[in-house]
Design a protein around this ligand. Sequence first.
Ligand SMILES: C[S@@+](CC[C@H](N)C(=O)[O-])C[C@H]1O[C@@H](n2cnc3c(N)ncnc32)[C@H](O)[C@@H]1O
Length: 367
Amino acid sequence: MSTDLFETPAADAAPAAFADRIMAATLGGIDLVAIHLGRTLGWYQALVDDGPLTSVDLAARTGTQERYAREWLEQQAVGGWLLVDDHDDATRRRYQVAPGAVAVLTDPDSALHVAPVAGFVIAACRRIDDLVAASRSGGGVSWSQFGDDARTAQAALNRPLFLDELPDQIVPAIPELHTALQGGARVADIGTGEGWSSIGLAAAFPTSTFEGFDVDEPSVAAASRHAADRGLDGRVSFAAVDAAALSESRTGAFDVVMAYECVHDMPDPVGVLAAMRAIAHDDGYVLVMDERTAESFAAPADPVERLLYGYSIVCCLPDGLSTPGGVGTGTVMRPAVLAGYAASAGFSRVEILPVEHEMFRFYRLHL
Ligand SMILES: C[S@@+](CC[C@H](N)C(=O)[O-])C[C@H]1O[C@@H](n2cnc3c(N)ncnc32)[C@H](O)[C@@H]1O
């Protein structure tokens, strides 16, 4: 992330600097809505597959209305997402996606495919009345209430990380984990979502077996489909279950227990971490990947910290408070907070692993 693009004005900056900031945010917010429309209606994909296209061609190929398609094309062109040739007749102008934007908008395997984040923001906006109500009277908004937009955005955003970076760079940087997976490990993937973490590692480590667990049934159904599509369903399976309950049935069953970007969402993180400890066998490896927060609160902060607080107020905190008694961690789970949860769950210590990553920190929880 290039930080100078997102600089905050100094607190004593002139009012115009704050007004400009609102204008930039408005343009950015509208971009996200337009990107969500373009992805949902198949407009970007049609332009990439068959472009350059006129508004008439685009509407015909995607089963949409030409007038709406034309306005969106013009909006996207004036915003620099699309290239357009010069023509006086608006319905005969031909558009294509700017070459540098193709992977960002349409390639699910690219590490730069960040456009799905638009769905995440849309999911939060759909729930704005619930967020207002929860802020007034308590309670929360659960992950299942945020629905398909949030779940598919989450899965799409982490998919390239799980299919490429995790097996190819991150695991090899953690020698003990790498050796375990190469040797044929039984692996539990807690809060697996749509399962890409298990699928990516299963493809890279063919003697290991993976079981993914998640409370969200639509995520588990999607994960099972993804594994079957890749012919991995013999070694990768998924179950809809509250991970805190696993200690009752699977004590000592796994060589590796891992949890990616989910501990901070959990209403009962200590209960889930205690279950992770229980289902790891005596020499097991317990890995947690969570947000690369700053060590402590400071304001103003860098764009990563601002993004994490943004996710927190619109999704993760309300999710964590959606179950009675939820501790409400929020997205900004600092290392000291995780260490406290881990100690309460019975782990002897938490080690921050030497893995370089812009967004995530990797922790080993020692039994
Ligand atoms: C932000 S998503 C992360 C999904 C996936 N690990 C990833 O990185 O894309 C958090 C996931 O944790 C799951 N989850 C939350 N509490 C859980 C619990 N107690 N047991 C199992 N899964 C849980 C949610 O259903 C959701 O799929």
